[in-house]
Design a protein around this ligand. Structure first.
Ligand code: CDP
Ligand code: CDP
Length: 202
């Protein structure tokens, strides 16, 4: 029987890190749903119309390292407010969640809209400063020329847009377990998440 883990939260909270580790630990498949919106955003930067791009999205479009840039993240959050863009991406996400071997999906609306019946819902948070510091570190490691202040402003702007939109806003599901990772190492956050999933499985 399929088992679904929904992981939501703001930018750089640690969703991806936790999702990958939980998927590896339990042998589940993992879908980073942010990549869907990033892929649409990248197509819009290249001149496409958002709804057309979302409807034509191909899984191959997700395998692109260039989706990880701050400019694409901004474009992603801009297309993500459009109801029709979100609607075009629902079926792919739900069919991924239905995989028999179990699935972890991470994003903003997994526990609330995409998989409201998920077996485990985690809402991962951390202070904006913490999250910006992590993202700044990642970008610096990649050689991207930016400042902590720029990254913090970007993270705050995206959070505000994600939380205030009418279509599937970023908000914890009523039955989500909150995990604040501000004072946790990545390994500690992963261990806490695995514990929650283990408890739900037994
Ligand atoms: O997927 P999301 O944007 O929520 O975050 P991520 O890409 O998983 O994590 C952003 C960065 O924070 C990564 O470099 C992690 O190693 C680091 N980090 C973490 O994820 N969790 C902690 N408790 C501490 C650091
Ligand atoms: O890694 P990070 O948390 O910075 O961003 P992401 O998960 O790749 O998502 C990029 C943007 O896509 C977000 O700021 C949201 O606007 C949008 N998104 C969404 O609306 N719904 C999702 N399920 C996933 C992402």
């Amino acid at each position: 029987m399929s088992f679904v883990v929904a992981i939501d939260g703001p930018a750089a909270a640690g969703k991806g890190t936790i999702s990958k580790a939980v998927a590896a630990h339990f042998g589940f498949a993992h879908l980073d749903t942010g990549l869907l919106y990033r892929a649409v955003g990248a197509k819009v930067i290249a001149g496409a119309e958002p709804i057309v791009a979302a409807r034509a999205l191909d899984p191959v479009d997700l395998e692109n390292e260039r989706l990880r840039t701050p400019a694409v993240a901004q474009a992603a959050s801009e297309v993500a407010v459009i109801e029709e863009v979100r609607a075009a991406l629902v079926a792919f996400q739900r069919s991924f969640a239905a995989r028999a071997d179990g699935a972890v999906l991470d994003g903003r609306d997994i526990g609330t809209v995409i998989c409201p019946e998920a077996d485990v819902k985690l809402f991962v948070t951390a202070s904006a400063e913490c999250r910006a510091e992590r993202r700044f570190q990642e970008l610096s490691d990649k050689g991207t020329d930016t400042t902590f202040e720029t990254v913090l402003a970007d993270v705050k702007q995206r959070d505000a847009r994600d939380q205030s939109r009418a279509a599937s806003p970023l908000i914890p599901a009523d039955d989500a377990i909150l995990l604040d990772t501000s004072d946790l190492t990545a390994a500690e956050a992963v261990a806490a998440a695995i514990k929650v999933v283990e408890a739900a499985r037994s």
